[in-house]
Design a protein around this ligand. Sequence first.
Ligand code: C2E
Ligand code: MG
Ligand code: MG
Ligand code: MG
Length: 287
Amino acid sequence: RLVPASMLAGLALAVAIVLLARRQVSLANSLRQGLRHHEFFLAYQPVVELTSGRWVGVEALLRWRRPTGELIGPDVFIAVAEQTGTINRLTERVLELLQHDLGDFLVHHPEFHIALNLSAHDLTCDNIVRMLERLLMETGAKPANLIVEVTERALLDLASAGPVLAALRARGIEVAIDDFGTGYSSLSYLESLELDFLKIDRCFIETIGTRAPTSQVVQHIIAIARTMGLRMVAEGVETEAQARYLAEHGVQYAQGWLFAKAMSFKELVSALNEHGSTVNVTATNDR
Ligand code: C2E
Ligand code: MG
Ligand code: MG
Ligand code: MG
């Protein structure tokens, strides 16, 4: 007898949902195990000043290497960690890794910036303020060396991120709104927050030089950042044409494979030693 197609489709959907849920649970378990077994590390992507080509800082990006050798990206595991309550411990690990990697680097590079990513949940308790203060103390860094990145989406998830962001800024730590333009937050809400940097999402940078209507959006985002008095960082810059456009339109900083991919801290330090911060090391690394 024939089973109606709609019933089959429903069954397939149910199976898919169960499989996905099981994958989430098993990923969540592996995450906790990964934390115990120190499977996480940080990769650092240089942030470049567009007018000079100087490396003015880095963004710390979390990586997870499974014992099988498999490398899992934050796009996969951060969401799982957020849904399963592991995100606090993951953020704690990020700070431990930073402390370990940085050592007294910032004492010798007082102008260098380290940007790190926080999740919405990190902004609900001021424990994060204490953790960052400890990082500063242990590394001898100044608050001005640190930039905290929060996605526009994370800000939308919260009733109010204001108090923690204000506490960070009161201590001299700067705040960047990440993936700007992808979260539909109202401009009046953004204006009520204390921010220093606006990071233009890669999806808008991709359209520069194309005829797609979104390419117009970049100009509007730049105008918004100017109006709000924010410095700008363009994400995912891959071509000379994009870099030129951004510089011509007053965007101060950029990250992207045109300049450098994320690298280990050791690789970062040797690149800085070898070339100084003034040389564009274009596409010399392979990650
Ligand atoms: P994000 O903060 O917007 O980071 C930029 C992402 O774009 C990174 O991916 C980076 O590797 C990638 N990227 C940089 N330049 C280029 C380019 O020229 N072309 C292309 N195609 N991609 C480029 P990644 O490392 O996979 O990180 C994804 C997201 O995961 C991050 O987006 C951030 O939101 C989140 N994330 C990363 N590390 C952490 C962390 O420690 N904590 C939290 N809460 N989130 C993190
Ligand atoms: Mg970021
Ligand atoms: Mg970003
Ligand atoms: Mg992004």
